[in-house]
Design a protein around this ligand. Sequence first.
Ligand code: UD1
Length: 361
Amino acid sequence: MNVVLVSGARPNFMKIAPIHRALAGRPRFRSFLLHTGQHYDDVMSLRFFRDLGLEKPDADLEVGSLSHAAQTGAVLTRFDRFLDTHPTDLVLVVGDVNSTLACALTAVKRGILVAHVEAGLRSFDRRMPEEINRVLTDAVAHILFITEESAAENLRREGIPDERVHFVGNVMVDTLLANRERALKIDPVVPLPKGPYALVTLHRPSNVDREEDLMRAVAILEETSSRLPVLFPVHPRTAAALERTGLRGRLERADGVALLPPLGYLDFLRLFLGAAVLLTDSGGIQEESTALGIPCVTLRENTERPITVEEGTNEVCGLDREKILGVVDGVLAGRGKGGRVPALWDGRAAERIASVLEGLF
Ligand code: UD1
């Protein structure tokens, strides 16, 4: 079987890596690594291939940054052209970025089977571009791999037959567990603070695109940094917004804040493993915090990953200053939220995916 593994943006690469490895171990499959080029800076894309021991992508559609419509459209037409010359039996997409939806849609219209890894997650917030991508990708996918039981319920509600849905665990955790020891052996990109520190990531349009939201976030980070050092690798979208609004200077002047460039997988994991608390609006980091047992403050109004709250270390706080600082103070007082690692987040999700695919074909 010819399987095309699609990756397009930063959060895809760590999900594709273990699946690529699991399929490589099974002679039935020949897999092809496709990069759409949605993310193109070295540190947002190829750096991850190197960090994760993945070979370079076999092809790159080089779509780059465009409006949602133009980017999705560019992937649709370029992937369609790619499929003209590459006989494909199955297209496997991960996550919820524009490339996920575009490749799923292209394939399904050509009568090619589509598998979606990380299916069924729902924030129920249609203002989030990712929520639209999730709902639409699941509506056309033939095989849906889920990370938590809430996803099965969501898919059932949307009329997707149970036979299509496979609970396999979390491929992101596969990568996390496989790289933890490696990350501990590297030198951190900045000297680590002696005591507890917070690690921050922020890039959602809902937090950074409007000046008033970004200003609230910056004020909260300033206050957090008066309690403990804050390490903040800044996403390109956020870097541009901080420049545009002149807010970068405020963070630079805050004594406890270290602004860092975007980091590769291992460099970020190195900082993650020593952090006392995460402040983030990322989806994946909510899961990684739960898998590592590190308290996580989600700077969003909702999460599509409820198990990280119900069983894990996550607390959804939006940009509510009191709530966020309350969690940070709790962590510093030794009352950080504990939790347990959810079912099947055990480092073997990609092997389960490969086994399901082998069983189906
Ligand atoms: C995309 C995903 C989001 C994911 C995030 C992780 C969608 C709808 N969004 O959002 O789900 O969480 O990736 O990063 O697919 N830029 C660079 N270099 C790059 C890529 C982007 O400098 O390699 C800059 C560009 O100025 C661009 C901005 O970052 O305009 C935002 O990038 P874009 O891909 O539009 O969206 P993300 O916010 O990264």
